[in-house]
Each structure stands twice: as C-alpha cells, then as structure tokens.
Design a protein around this ligand. Structure first.
Ligand code: MF3
Ligand code: CO
Ligand code: CO
Length: 254
C-alpha cells in the first residue's frame, strides 16, 4: 500500500477542515478554568464544530462517543470526556478532528489551568519544541523516520521519554491513513517524503516512563504507567515543493 498523494482539490478541502479544527482549539481556551468538567468542555467543542457545518470525527469512531479527546495531567491521549473536574495547576490536552465536506483536519494542544508548576510547564514547552523539530524534517526527499529521530533526540536531551505505542498518521480523506508517523525512530529510514503527502505529527512526551496503560472501565483513556505527567501537540502537515505547510497552524501559537 502506498501513501496517498492528495490532489489540489483535496488539499483545499483538507486545509479548510484543518483551519476549522484550529479555530475550535482557539475557541476552547475561554472555557479552561478550575471547576469545569471535561464533559462540559466536550459539549462546547461539539456545538462549535457543528455550528460551522462540520462533524467531530471521533464521535462514533470505533465506539468513541465524544467530540474530542480531553487528556488531563498523567493522561497521555484518548482521554474520554467525563465528570473529571479541572483543578488549578492542571495541564490539559484537547484533541479535535473535524470532518468538513468529507475532509479531515486533526490537531491538539495543551492548556494551562491557572498556573501549573515550572516542572509541568517545562514538559509542555519541550513537547511543543518536539513538534516544531519534527516539522523541520518535513521536506521532499527527506525520509519519514527522521521526524521521530529528531523528536526523540530532543526529548531525551531534557530527560523525558517518548510514547511509542501511539503514532502520527496520514490524514485527510480518512481519519487514519498510511503512513504511521513514529515519534521515536531510526535515522535515515522510512519512505521518502513527496509533495502532496498529508500526515499528522503528534508527539506524546512523558516526564517519567514511556509506557502507557489503558483505563479498564472506559477502554480508551491512556495514562502513564508511573502516574507522571504527559504532554502532546499535534498539527496536520502538508508536504509542499519546498518544505511543508502546517494546515492546522492558524494562530502561530504552536
Ligand atoms: N485525534 C486522535 C489522533 O490524533 C485520535 C482520536 S481517536 C479516538 O489521532 F477515538 F480516541 F477519539
Ligand atoms: Co492524529
Ligand atoms: Co488528533
């Protein structure tokens, strides 16, 4: 199976959907406060996405029932919105994927609830840097796994570990397409990047050990094995003739 090369028409559709996903994350900022339940945030998210003529891709996806994933503190990803109440000092990830006119855009970022510790903020900042470093490897002719190689190098330099049980992925026509994008990988391996490829980079970086465990009750929420913090940022990336365009980068904040 080959990696899809998107047509100009598909690219335009995916760009529009990606912009809406980015606008959704921006819209959510106002609701991030101590005392708010993650299930309430999910409702705000769903309302915004639908009011812009789109559908949240996670709703009904393999039995997932919500419009976004909300991952607090030691939750790595796929946090199921529920009665969890945000507390001052928490770090929170919201991951939203929109379907607009049949096209998918996928992005996530971290939010601070009040003022987290320096320890927590450092993890978040380094994770943001990891995404940027991965994006610097996105140009035609470069090999895919150089993304993960450089991400892991940066994370390890700061004493953090890289989650290897979840990857980035091709995206646009479907939610998850080829290729898998590892965030820890061997240098100069993997397929060569070509203009028209679209995939996500979404590093999950842990303060402690890399391993995760899945919540036995909800079957989705992935937590760090040692209870330490985890952070994640995600962009949908288009390979262009000269480099890349982060289709979900509307505000330049990550
Ligand atoms: N948006 C996530 C990603 O970046 C996938 C969430 S799938 C779900 O790939 F089912 F957990 F919602
Ligand atoms: Co994704
Ligand atoms: Co996502």
């Amino acid at each position: 199976m080959a990696i899809n090369i998107k047509t100009p028409e598909q690219i335009e559709g995916i760009r529009k959907s990606s912009h809406l996903a980015a606008e959704t994350l921006k819209y959510m900022e106002q609701f991030i406060k101590p005392g708010v339940k993650t299930i309430e945030l999910d409702r705000n998210c769903e309302e915004f996405v639908r009011s812009h003529g789109a559908t949240p891709a996670t709703k009904g996806y393999r039995g997932f029932k919500h419009s976004c994933c909300i991952s607090v503190n030691d939750v790595i990803c796929h946090g199921v919105p529920n009665e969890t109440v945000l507390e001052f000092g928490d770090i929170v990830n919201i991951d939203v994927t929109t379907i607009l006119n049949g096209y998918f855009g996928d992005t996530c970022k971290m939010y601070y609830v009040g003022e987290p510790s320096e320890y927590a903020k450092k993890l978040v900042e380094v994770t943001k840097e990891c995404l940027k470093i991965g994006m610097q490897q996105c140009f035609p002719g470069n090999q895919l796994n150089n993304i993960g190689f450089h991400i892991a190098e940066h994370a390890h330099k700061h004493g953090y570990s890289v989650v290897y049980e979840f990857c980035g992925h091709g995206v646009g026509i479907k939610f998850h397409e080829e290729p898998d994008v590892s965030h820890i990988a061997d240098k100069n391996t993997g397929p060569k990047l070509k203009p028209g490829m679209i995939f996500t980079i979404e590093p999950m970086i842990n303060a402690g050990k890399a391993r995760c465990k899945i919540d036995r009750k909800d079957g989705w929420t992935a937590r760090t094995i040692d209870g330490k913090l985890s952070a994640q940022f995600e962009h949908t990336i288009l390979i262009t003739e000269t480099g890349c365009e982060a289709l979900t980068d509307v505000y330049g904040d990550f």
